[in-house]
Design a protein around this ligand. Sequence first.
Ligand SMILES: N[C@@H](CCC(=O)N[C@@H](CS)C(=O)NCC(=O)O)C(=O)O
Length: 338
Amino acid sequence: MKNTVILGALTIAGLSAGAAAAGTLDDVKARGKLNCGVTTGLVGFAAPDANGEWKGFDVAVCRAVAAAVLGDGSAVEFVPTTGKTRFTALASGEIDVLARNTTWTFSRDVDLKFEFTGVNYYDGQGFMVPKELGVSSAKELDGATVCIQTGTTTELNLADFFRSNNISYEPVPIETNAEAQQQYLAGACDVYTTDASGLAATRATFESPADHVLLPEIISKEPLGPLVRHGDNEWGDVVRWTLNALITAEELGVTSANLAEMAGGTNNPEINRLLGTEGTLGEMLGLSADWGKDALSVGGNYGEVFADNIGEATPIGLARGLNAQWTEGGLLYSPPFR
Ligand SMILES: N[C@@H](CCC(=O)N[C@@H](CS)C(=O)NCC(=O)O)C(=O)O
């Protein structure tokens, strides 16, 4: 097991060294399409709808970047990746950006050589169990079988949590969320553990969600965000500031409803810089003056994207919590547009 992990890391490191270091922005422009790595399917975050169109909170990041760069939020090739394949896909250049509930960690940055361009969801790892098990705390899970996705931080946190609580578990390794769901519902494992947002999204698709409970423990920090390869700062800037544009727009009250009007110019200079009627921020990024407006025209600001895909009015039902704006007691805090 240990050897496999080490070999996997070496393969990724090798690929990363060989991959093109720069020029992703030019590549995307020349191709006329953004290659965006997403999950294999997690409703609310990234999944094809009944018409085969990719939808979700992470999908919205891909579409916003495509709109900022190409003026078209549908100019995206969605590449499904698993917990295991996502880093190879990015390191090899198969995808331009990975937007797949991926946790920003030291080793993914420093060792795998990726650059996290921000956080689009502050999360933590949780546990789901069938109600009929009668378990009310993760500390009561001694000897449990646990469905767990390979190649994830989940795997590592789980080992740490059980070890520090002096309890044992039997892992049931799985590759995708769909497989986890199937195994868990079939009783192949007592517990499913992953990011709490993923548990909420998965439970929402169950026939009877109320038969399953999320335990109170959140055992880790999982800052999830889009990432690119090290060494291409211009491209990193494009992804970082597109995400910041969505966050800033919410803070400044720029919404789908007033975007067209505000893009005609306002008496708020920062809104004008964001939407390109003042200053040269677009030019500095190598984009058009109205890149910010284009990014916002796809799914609106961060708050709208959250509400439409995973918010309290959706079956997933997530509260803003840590993902509220800093002005509302949350952690979302975009640096200024100036
Ligand atoms: N945030 C963790 C876990 C990410 C993860 O793989 N989550 C699962 C469960 S929510 C997932 O997205 N599965 C979708 C799929 O199988 O493609 C990480 O970065 O390692």
